[in-house]
Ligand binder design. Sequence first.
Ligand SMILES: C[S@@+](CC[C@H](N)C(=O)[O-])C[C@H]1O[C@@H](n2cnc3c(N)ncnc32)[C@H](O)[C@@H]1O
Length: 210
Amino acid sequence: MKNQQTSDTPDIEKHKWEERYQEETAPPWDTKLPAPELEQYFAALDKKPGNVLEVGCGTGTNAIWLAKQGCKVTATEIAPTALDKAKASVGGEKIDFHLLDICQSSPVSDSSQDFVFDRGVYHVIPKGERGLFIERIASALKPGGLWLSLVGSKDENRENPENGPPQLSAADLINLIEPFFEIIELNRSHFILPDGAKHLAWKALYRKRS
Ligand SMILES: C[S@@+](CC[C@H](N)C(=O)[O-])C[C@H]1O[C@@H](n2cnc3c(N)ncnc32)[C@H](O)[C@@H]1O
């Protein structure tokens, strides 16, 4: 029985995202502000990336911000309500939205993207599917393309691990990712949530191996 439950877990996990976005109050991660790490990263660039994929875009704040920077944005979500909210928030920007499970399919052709962004998505992917997630991102990127990923950090001591974003160690990231990507940066950052909570995070920048 235990095995059966384990194989069912991903679907149960995936269903919960839709429920979270259907609740009256916005989910705690939905800051409605572009991620400061993304803004800082772009501020330091000489040339902005052309084709950008955002995975797990939630209600679209970062995808819209990226489109405003002049990027050609493709954004994916697994939760229909989140995607509807994202589409409703778009002004004049052109964003190619896709409702899909990134572990199962890709919205872009292989080697077409300059940059991939995920805020709080890699860390919610069930352990058994992280390899698929990484392979999708690697396939989407051009050789040398970059992936900026914001992930909850295990170095934050919490009484209740459920109280905040999932927590991964540096080894959790590197072991699976390094075969496909060079680790360009692995720094400390924070998720600062609208309720004032501050959670330790990894700000990771990876470059697809050529
Ligand atoms: C913690 S939320 C972060 C949302 C958004 N990036 C943000 O910063 O507001 C994780 C998001 O990943 C989405 N997600 C989870 N698993 C996914 C998958 N397999 N494919 C695509 N999106 C997924 C969820 O629906 C949810 O919107």
